[in-house]
Ligand binder design. Structure first.
Ligand SMILES: C[S@@+](CC[C@H](N)C(=O)[O-])C[C@H]1O[C@@H](n2cnc3c(N)ncnc32)[C@H](O)[C@@H]1O
Length: 217
């Protein structure tokens, strides 16, 4: 068995995303976040947010079981009062032991169809942070219950949230590809004319789908 994977080793490959979460938590009220398919990315916790992580990977299970290790990783930023860290070593496509509508922020980064499976845990008015890697941001963008709040840009290790001229984002290069069913089938995002690292949406569920059937089952 090799050296255990940790946030410190994983950060070496993906970088530290905590400035992105600082910017989100600085702009919107975020107390509780849900991060399905997190692997070892504890960057949202470094921003002082209480986070529930979900992953089936045994390296993540092993890491999150080591309270001292996670605690020492968090001490880098949070000092004496680290935020709550909860880990579920579970498949996020199955029912999770979480209350519906109980999270302010749902995080979907490089981890599959999180939006489809976990939106039920997001409170009305809550936030979805998603990228296009597995098509999740593209599916969310076509959901009439979401509104784009910001595009997140990532360059040279820095993150910037663009909240201006949002109409320039999520414009497909090929309008025919902008179809929920084909995006879900392919499990891949589509190309936009102005790409971004990720997109921040707000979620406003409606009471009924009405005659147009706009809501998903
Ligand atoms: C490519 S990694 C991305 C990790 C992290 N989100 C990031 O952006 O660096 C995808 C992670 O999602 C997890 N994952 C994929 N599908 C999952 C599922 N259905 N339930 C739980 N975890 C899942 C994998 O185990 C893996 O750790």
């Amino acid at each position: 068995m090799g050296t255990s994977a940790t946030w410190a080793t994983y950060r070496g490959s993906i970088g530290d995303r905590s400035p992105m979460f600082d910017a989100i938590a600085g702009g919107w009220p975020v107390r509780d976040a849900l991060y399905p398919g997190s692997y070892l990315d504890i960057s949202p916790s470094l921003s002082g947010v209480a986070v529930t992580y979900v992953d089936t990977d045994r390296r993540a299970v092993r890491y999150f079981a080591d309270d001292d290790l996670v605690g020492s990783d968090l001490l880098v930023r949070s000092g004496a009062h680290p935020p709550a860290v909860t880990f579920l070593g579970m498949d996020y496509t199955e029912a999770l032991p979480l209350a519906p509508a109980s999270f302010d922020l749902l995080i979907s980064l490089f981890a599959g169809p999180v939006w489809d499976h976990c939106q039920t845990y997001l409170r009305p008015g809550g936030l979805l942070l998603a990228n296009t890697s597995h098509g999740d941001a593209c599916v969310a963008a076509l959901d009439p219950r979401t509104t784009l709040l910001a595009a997140v840009h990532h360059r040279d290790g820095r993150y910037r949230l663009d909240t201006e001229d949002l109409g320039q984002y999520l414009v497909p290069k090929d309008a025919r590809a902008n179809d929920v069913d084909s995006i879900r089938r392919s499990g891949r995002g589509i190309a936009y004319t102005r790409p971004a690292f990720a997109y921040l949406f707000t979620y406003h569920p409606v009471a009924s789908s009405g005659p147009t059937g706009a809501m998903k089952p």
